[in-house]
Write a protein that binds this ligand. Structure first.
Ligand SMILES: Cc1cc2nc3c(=O)[nH]c(=O)nc-3n(C[C@H](O)[C@H](O)[C@H](O)COP(=O)(O)OP(=O)(O)OC[C@H]3O[C@@H](n4cnc5c(N)ncnc54)[C@H](O)[C@@H]3O)c2cc1C
Length: 373
């Protein structure tokens, strides 16, 4: 008989876990409160950073590389299954520096890319102008730049649509509730309390509630420190696509979609569960956009939004079983890499749910580390 899995949270993590489980022959239901547009998975930019799983020096970097390979497969399969193109593309990225300090940091990043087996090289202004057109860097303030050809992107709202459609087609249930579900603890098991008062006992659970994971577990007396980190984003609309590569400056970026839309992000702020944009945040990003490309003027700005990234106390994701609980695995807190890491976390979570032990290099993500804080 098929094993049955209940997933709490229908963001990228929950949907990816469901898709992986359905592919492996499980029966799956996903429980989410009515899906809000400010869900981090919708709000994100869809950057998929370059990573080489064979040469990566850190397990998180290795997981990024492994996830990229799963994106290659899943994107093909999702297109064939659903007809939805998630626009997963190896578009390449240019990283720019405008101060001596940032140029030194970029030189350090270049060494790190090389050490980790990621192709990267310095480029001159002519190459940047060729990639981005005559509107690039209108004030001529870029000092140095590097090109990383293996940077990728996925159009995350479309990827979410494709996952939802594929999940339904494969017989998975997506239950969108008007209110939050609650968990209660009964000895070594977690029980799901539905908003209508019904209880689901005997479920195998995968907890993927993103920034709200701590709130979900608190009533059970389980501590899972998560800080919501707000990210604000702007959307521009150009009449036609002017460039196809991603432009990065430190933690900010410009991401061109295929149809002329351009995303500009993102702020990194601690603002609790406040998911509104702010005048200061939008202004900062508008200024950044205009400094990158003359086409990104205020008249081209179409909308802005914000989302909450789930961050753990030490910056590493949580992946593992909860101490003293037999029927649940947690997969969350991927912070700025949640869209990228979801496929590989989904497959590893499934291994844990099957009772398997993960390779010891991934112990750093285990929830055992909470005992020490
Ligand atoms: C502006 C911005 C830019 C980003 N850019 C990138 C990027 O380029 N690349 C990248 O890899 N990552 C990026 N991220 C990070 C990424 O979006 C997140 O790490 C990821 O989406 C988290 O996914 P999730 O499924 O864990 O959480 P979410 O997408 O937040 O989903 C959690 C779900 O759980 C549900 N839920 C919570 N509590 C309950 C409950 N009690 N009952 C029922 N349902 C519940 C919520 O309704 C929600 O649907 C970005 C994030 C932001 C905000």
């Amino acid at each position: 008989m098929n094993k049955r899995l209940t997933i709490i949270g229908g963001g990228i993590m929950g949907l990816s876990a469901a898709y992986a489980a359905l592919r492996a022959g499980w029966r799956v239901q996903i429980l989410d409160r009515a899906l809000a547009p400010t869900q981090a998975s919708w709000a994100g930019a869809g950057l998929i950073t370059a990573a080489n799983p064979e040469r990566a020096s850190h397990p998180l970097e290795r997981l990024c590389g492994l996830s990229n390979a799963i994106y290659d497969r899943w994107s093909r399969d999702l297109l064939a299954e659903t007809g939805i193109d998630n626009e997963y593309t190896r578009c390449g990225g240019f990283h720019i520096a405008r101060s001596r300090g940032d140029a030194a940091a970029l030189a350090g990043a270049l060494v790190e890319w090389h050490d980790n087996g990621v192709e990267a090289r310095w480029v001159e202004r002519e190459e940047l102008c060729a990639a981005f057109g005559p509107g690039f860097d209108p004030k001529h303030s870029v000092l140095r730049a590097a090109h990383v050809p293996d940077e990728r992107q996925v159009r995350n709202p479309r990827h979410l649509l494709a996952l939802r459609k594929a999940i339904r087609q494969r017989g998975g249930e997506l239950v969108e509730l008007a209110a939050e579900i609650r968990l209660v603890r009964c000895d070594s098991r977690l029980i799901v309390q539905m908003p209508d008062g019904n209880e689901l006992t005997g479920e195998t659970l995968c907890l993927c509630a993103g920034a709200w994971s701590q709130q979900l577990l608190e009533p059970c007396g389980i501590r899972l420190p998560i800080t919501p980190i707000r990210g604000q984003m702007l959307l521009y609309h150009l009449d036609r696509p002017l460039f196809s590569s991603i432009l990065y400056e430190g933690s900010r970026y410009v991401v061109p979609r295929r149809d002329g839309h351009v995303l500009v992000g993102a702020t990194v702020e601690e603002a609790g569960f406040d998911c509104d944009t702010t005048v200061a945040g939008v202004e900062e990003l508008r200024h950044f956009a205009a400094s990158c490309h003359a086409a990104l003027g205020p008249k081209r700005m179409a909308r802005s939004w914000a989302g909450l990234r789930p961050a753990s106390f030490d910056g590493l994701p949580y992946l593992g079983r909860l101490n003293g609980i037999d029927n649940a695995v947690v997969a969350t807190a991927q912070f700025r890499n949640g869209l990228q890491l979801a496929p590989v976390f989904a497959e590893l979570a499934l291994d844990l749910l099957r009772g398997e032990t993960l390779p010891s290099e991934f112990d750093i993500f285990s929830l055992d580390r909470l005992a020490k804080v």
